[in-house]
Design a protein around this ligand. Structure first.
Ligand code: ADP
Ligand code: TRP
Length: 329
């Protein structure tokens, strides 16, 4: 079986963009690959981080992923900072990564714009740490949303640069996208993202979700109740496509095009279907938060397992680079 590796930042609660764009796929794929999922707390440090809330955010992310269906036995879910090799391999990769490659990364350019007062070296180096995450476990398949594809391409190049200089060591990984690799936010203008405040959270209060949905953007042509619309131009319809069963979806398509269904009714159906999908996740989430010890122990055990694997790779890399302990010379 091939190795699958992916990561997620503990920067806030999981949202439906994460779920339908990535996490739901991780749940399916864990049966086909040796799966590693990493809560990337070191990555999260490049933007302002509150040390007081960090432990809880890490825990919540792990619980959220288990609640979505990540299998406690099949998948090795772990916390990045608990495994020392990630930072070690990042330094090594820094020495083979051209600066220009990092400077042209879209995410770096966007975040540098967004956080002008905190353009730290880590923000630029972010994709190198990501490459180290993946290649420490010799990951070959990396399921992510569309925004991460550029970083996975760079990971492949870093592997190539390293292999060329020091001999074949790392596989060339590939990104694996879902059919919906980019879920738009409630504003309908930008990708749904924790940092943009345009999300529907998986475990968010139901009333809060409805409040957000009821004012969310629809097809601008539907100004009055009787104005027909074009479903393909409506963000709410794009959410329907994620969860609404086929026959109901066809009815909504027809209803929107002929003005037989108003936007509020369309949103009510979406809300009903969304809750049906999210209810089991929410229940599992609450059940797991009541058993923090079990989750903590599992994360510690998984970090131990990853540390062994990481050590193996680092040793191989060091040997290839001539970094042998003096007693071996
Ligand atoms: P966020 O942008 O909300 O901070 P992360 O960067 O932690 O989310 O992303 C975690 C995973 O979810 C990544 O694989 C990312 O590509 C995916 N993802 C995030 N937002 C979306 C979205 N709106 N549509 C599709 N996939 C997404
Ligand atoms: N950069 C990714 C994101 O923001 C998170 C991440 C870190 C990741 N390391 C990874 C994703 C390794 C895939 C593989 O979503």
């Amino acid at each position: 079986m091939k190795v699958l590796f992916t990561g997620i930042q503990p920067t806030g609660d999981l949202h439906i963009g994460n779920y339908f764009g990535a996490v739901r796929n991780w749940v399916r794929l864990q049966h086909e690959y040796i799966s590693y999922i990493c809560v990337v707390d070191l990555h999260a440090l490049v933007i302002f981080n509150d040390p007081k809330t960090m432990p809880q955010r890490i825990f919540d992310m792990a619980v959220g992923l288990y609640a979505c269906g990540i299998d406690m036995e099949k998948t090795t879910l772990f916390v990045q900072s608990e495994v020392p090799g990630h930072a070690d391999l990042t330094w090594i990769f820094n020495t083979v990564t051209p600066l220009g490659e990092l400077e042209r990364m879209t995410q770096f350019k966007d975040k540098a714009q967004q956080h002008r007062k905190n353009v730290n070296a880590g923000l630029l180096d972010y994709p190198v740490l990501q490459a180290a995450d993946i290649l420490l476990y010799k990951g070959e398949v990396v399921p992510v949303g569309e925004d991460q594809v550029q970083h996975i391409e760079l990971t492949r190049e870093i592997a190539r640069y390293f292999n060329k200089r020091y001999g074949s060591t790392f596989p060339e990984c590939e990104a694996l996208l879902t059919e919906t690799p980019r879920i738009m936010g409630l504003d309908g203008d930008q990708k749904m993202s924790k940092s943009k405040g345009n999300t529907i959270g998986l475990i968010e209060d139901k009333e809060e979700i409805w409040k957000k949905l009821s004012v969310a953007k629809t097809d601008p042509a539907r100004i009055r109740r009787n104005d027909p619309g074009t479903p393909e131009k409506c963000n709410i319809y794009s959410y329907h496509k994620l969860i609404t069963p086929e026959t109901e979806l066809a009815e909504i398509h027809q209803g929107c095009s002929t003005a037989a269904i108003g936007c509020i009714d369309c949103k009510k159906i979406l809300f009903k279907n969304l809750m049906a999908e999210l209810d089991p996740i929410r229940n599992k989430y609450h059940a797991l938060t009541a058993k923090p010890k079990e989750v903590h122990e599992l994360l510690a055990e998984n970090a131990k397992k990853c540390t062994l694997q990481a050590k193996k790779t680092i040793l191989e890399v060091k040997e290839k680079m001539g970094l042998k302990p003096v007693w071996k010379i």
